[in-house]
Design a protein around this ligand. Structure first.
Ligand code: BYC
Length: 309
């Protein structure tokens, strides 16, 4: 008991000094569990996140756009793999995590349960969704768990490229025909609020934040990061002539931040409990992709058994 207490104290001291925890270091069970929860949800999000955009690879409007989109979707697969690997350093079993996802028992980001109905949605995802991810993940790159923070460094570099390609699609459409401008604005209208929801519930309704902030897994609260995203995105929208679909949005000269309207938390709760517009479709697609990939896993296992045992 005394030993656990002193280990716990040493752990808390290390966190307080801003030092990084590595897989072989002692850690409280709750720290390990919270990280497995959050990191596995993050890995699942990257993998499910390939679906809405993958949907447009065959319909991209030019060869260049197709190449860029293909590269982006492959990057997301890579992000999933880094984060699953980082989660395994905590003793989690990747197969179990994936089984939980496919059984509908694991969460993944709410944002990927919305449909991509036209090409402008690909611009909106790159700009807004990857933009939100960068704000969130730049903070996570300084989190207290070493493997997760290191995975975030590379991921953020790739997300920056994704963000720029999305913004460029939107900017190009806003310089196009009236119909293209309307498509871009329509995508903006549909993706703005779901992008704000990516940061999670408001601070007063975020049960995990207390632990995660104390342990410096989260360095900023959900609302702080959401505000940071709004402050940096509104001027970008204005620069290309897009309107933010929020009548209550206004700049506050005293706080030096934008004030925004109320988020529809009922919608958020419905989406994260499996009842968003595309939850069922996404899960069916993932299950099919997993089944279609079975022969690859079997071949890799057979090769490993022959050469490495
Ligand atoms: N969607 O206590 P809270 C990407 C859940 S991938 C679904 O505030 P926490 C990309 C939350 O899990 C982006 N569920 O939680 C990929 C919790 O449920 P449980 C993914 C959400 O963990 C491809 C409950 O609500 N990024 O960028 O303190 C293409 C209460 O919430 C959501 C990450 O995963 C949500 N939006 O904070 C393009 C980043 N929000 O587990 C782009 C890592 C909350 O208690 N994760 N919930 O049943 C995080 O930073 C944090 O986990 C969150 C939530 C800020 C998301």
């Amino acid at each position: 008991m005394q030993d656990t207490l002193s280990k716990e104290q040493a752990f808390e001291d290390k966190i307080a000094r801003g030092q990084v925890i590595e897989p072989k270091d002692w850690m409280p069970e709750r720290y390990r569990k919270q990280l497995i929860r959050m990191m596995s949800q993050h890995a699942h999000s990257e993998v499910v996140g390939m679906l809405p955009e993958g949907n447009w690879i065959t319909r991209a409007p030019s060869l260049e756009r197709k190449l860029v989109l293909l590269a982006k979707v492959q990057d997301e697969a890579g992000h999933g793999l880094y984060i699953y690997s980082a989660t395994e350093t905590l003793g989690a079993d990747r197969k179990e995590l994936i089984d939980q996802l496919l059984a509908g028992k694991a969460k993944y980001s709410s944002i990927f349960n919305y449909p991509t109905t036209n090409w402008a949605d690909i611009g909106a995802i790159g700009w807004l969704v990857d933009g939100a991810a960068i704000v969130n993940q730049t903070a996570l790159a300084k989190c207290s768990y070493g493997p997760y923070s290191r995975a975030m460094l590379r991921i953020c570099k790739e997300e920056n490229f994704h963000n720029k390609q999305g913004y460029q699609i939107m900017a190009r459409m806003m310089r196009g025909t009236k119909q293209q401008q309307e498509m871009a604005q329509d995508a903006m209208n549909r993706w703005w609020w779901p992008a704000l929801m990516m940061f999670g519930p408001s601070d007063k309704n975020s049960p995990n934040s207390e632990d995660l902030m104390r342990w410096k897994v989260k360095l900023y609260s959900n609302d702080d990061l959401r505000q940071r995203f709004i402050d940096r995105t509104v001027p970008q929208a204005e620069a290309i002539g897009l309107t933010i679909p929020d009548k209550e949005l206004k700049w506050n000269d005293k706080t030096r931040h934008y004030e925004h309207g109320e988020i529809n938390w009922e919608e958020f709760n419905a989406v994260i409990s499996g009842n968003g517009p595309c939850n069922k479709q996404r899960m069916n697609q993932r299950i099919k992709a997993h089944e279609d990939g079975k022969w690859v896993r079997q071949a890799a296992e057979a090769y490993a058994a022959k050469h490495y045992n």
